[in-house]
Design a protein around this ligand. Structure first.
Ligand SMILES: NC(=O)c1ccc[n+]([C@@H]2O[C@H](COP(=O)([O-])OP(=O)(O)OC[C@H]3O[C@@H](n4cnc5c(N)ncnc54)[C@H](OP(=O)(O)O)[C@@H]3O)[C@@H](O)[C@H]2O)c1
Length: 386
C-alpha cells in the first residue's frame, strides 16, 4: 500500500477532505454506534463530486452512499478518479453486504483511506481484497484516525469485550423536570412525559435495534406494547424481551395483542428464573410468548450477565433498554450500558425514584445536549467505571 497520494489532488488536499468527512461522519455517532462513524467521497476532475455517510446502524455504509450519490450526479463514471474513505472498507457480511464488493463493481480504480480497521480480525483485509482486484490503494496518515472519529468503536472491538461479548446497550428514559420517571397521575393517564416529537424519535430508535428490553414492573404498571410505528421502520421489528423472574406478566397484557396496520411487533420473549411456576409458563406460551429460564442473581432476580449472554446468542447486537429505575440502575451498576438517551419532558412533579444520582456518577463521553420541541435531550456514550 502506497503512502503517496497519486490522484490529481495533493496529499494535503486529500487530508483536508478526509478531516472534513470525518467531522461530518461524527455527527451521526449516536445513530451508528456500535458501528464506526464513516464518511466517503468520490473524486472526479480533481474535485469532490459526491459524499456519503454511514447514517444509521443497520443502514448502508458510507462508501455505498457515496457511490450512489456519484452515480446520480450526472458525472460519467469513466471520469471517477478515486473513492476517498475515512476508514478501511469492510470486507465481511454484517447487516449489509461487504463494501469491497460495491467498490469492485463500481469500476473505481483507486481507493484512498484515512485509517485502517482497528479490529484485528479485519485489519488490512478490505485493502488486500481491493488490491487483489487490481485497485490501487493509498493511505493518508494523520487524517481520520479512529481514536478521534469513533472512540466508541475501539471499546466495541476491545479484546476483553470480545472475550465476553454482550450487545451494545442504549438506556433510554424519560423524566419529568423534577427528574422522576413516573409522571403525576394527572398527566396523560399517568404515562407520557415526552412530547410527540420526542415520541417520534423513540419510534425511529426502536426501528434501529435488535431488541427492546424491559422489566415486569413496567409491564404491570404501563401495559406497553413496545411496537414500532412510523416514522420508525416497522419492517424488522426488534425482539420484545421482558425480564420477569417469577412470570408475573399477565397473559392478557397488550404485548400479546396483534399489531395495528403499519405497525411492527417483534416476538415476545419472557426471561424468568429457571423452574418458575409451570402453569404460568404454559399460560404465557399460549398467549404467544417464548419463555426461557435463566440463572438467578444473588438478589433473587434473573442474573443480568446471563441475560446479556442470552441476547448475544439470539444474534442481538444493539439493545434499547426501556425500563424503570430498578432495571436501569442494575444495568448501570453492572456496567452494561454503553449509551444513554434521556428525555426531560415539560412535566412537573412525578413519582418514584429518580436517576439523578446516576447522571452525576456516570462517566460520559462525547456528550450532546439538544432539544426536541419542548423536551431537553441528553445523549452520550458511557465509559466503563474506573
Ligand atoms: N419514564 C420512563 O422512561 C419509564 C420507562 C419504563 C418504566 N417507567 C416507570 O417505571 C416504573 C416501574 O419501575 P421499576 O423500576 O419497578 O420497573 P422495571 O425496572 O421496568 O422492572 C423492574 C422489575 O424487573 C424485574 N427484574 C428481573 N431481573 C432483574 C434484575 N436482575 N434486577 C432488577 N430487576 C429485575 C424485577 O421483578 P422480578 O423480580 O419479579 O423479576 C423488578 O421488579 C413504572 O411506574 C413505569 O411507569 C418509566
Amino acid at each position: 500500500m502506497s503512502e503517496m497520494a497519486t490522484t490529481s489532488l495533493s496529499e494535503s488536499s486529500l487530508r483536508e477532505i478526509l478531516v472534513d468527512l470525518a467531522a461530518q461522519a461524527r455527527r451521526r455517532r449516536f445513530e451508528v454506534a456500535p458501528n464506526p462513524c464513516v464518511g466517503a467521497a468520490v473524486i472526479a476532475g480533481g474535485q469532490v463530486i459526491a459524499r456519503g455517510f454511514h447514517e444509521r446502524w443497520g443502514g448502508p455504509h458510507a462508501e455505498v452512499e457515496a457511490l450512489a450519490a456519484a452515480a446520480a450526479s450526472g458525472v460519467p463514471s469513466s471520469s471517477f478518479e478515486a473513492l476517498v474513505v475515512t476508514l478501511e472498507p469492510c470486507s465481511s457480511h454484517g447487516k449489509t453486504p461487504p463494501c469491497t464488493d460495491a467498490i469492485r463493481s463500481s469500476g473505481i480504480r483507486r481507493v484512498i483511506v484515512g485509517a485502517l480497521d482497528p479490529d484485528p480480525r479485519h485489519r488490512g483485509a478490505g485493502l488486500k481484497l481491493l488490491q487483489e482486484a487490481g485497485i490501487e490503494v493509498e493511505f493518508v496518515p494523520r487524517s481520520s484516525e479512529i481514536d478521534r472519529t469513533a472512540p466508541h468503536f475501539l471499546r466495541w472491538v476491545d479484546v476483553d469485550r470480545q472475550r465476553r461479548p454482550r450487545p451494545w446497550t442504549i438506556a433510554k428514559w424519560a423524566q419529568t423536570r423534577s427528574g422522576q420517571l413516573t409522571p403525576p397521575p394527572a398527566i396523560g393517564g399517568g404515562r407520557w412525559i415526552s412530547g410527540p416529537d420526542a415520541l417520534r424519535e423513540v419510534q425511529l430508535l426502536r426501528g434501529r435495534v435488535d431488541a427492546i428490553v424491559s422489566g415486569v414492573t413496567t409491564v404491570l404498571h404501563d401495559d406497553p406494547r413496545f411496537t414500532v410505528r412510523p416514522p420508525g421502520d416497522p419492517s424488522r421489528p426488534p425482539l420484545r424481551v421482558i425480564l420477569d423472574s417469577y412470570l408475573r406478566t399477565p397473559p392478557d397484557c397488550k404485548l400479546f395483542t396483534p399489531p395495528g396496520l403499519g405497525e411492527g411487533a417483534g416476538p415476545v420473549h419472557i426471561l424468568c428464573q429457571a423452574g418458575a411456576n409451570a402453569a404460568r409458563h404454559v399460560a404465557l406460551e399460549r398467549a404467544g410468548a417464548k419463555v426461557t429460564g435463566l440463572r438467578s442473581s444473588e438478589e433473587d432476580h434473573i442474573a443480568l450477565r446471563d441475560v446479556q449472554e442470552w441476547l448475544w446468542e439470539q444474534g442481538v447486537r444493539r439493545v434499547l433498554l426501556e425500563a424503570g429505575p430498578q432495571l436501569l440502575s442494575r444495568h448501570l451498576e453492572a456496567g452494561f450500558v454503553d449509551q444513554v438517551r434521556v428525555y426531560t419532558g415539560a412535566v412537573m412533579g412525578g413519582e418514584g425514584p429518580t436517576m439523578a444520582p446516576w447522571l452525576t456518577r456516570l462517566r460520559f463521553a462525547e456528550r450532546l445536549d439538544r432539544e426536541v420541541a419542548d423536551d431537553a435531550v441528553l445523549e452520550s456514550f458511557v465509559l466503563p467505571s474506573e
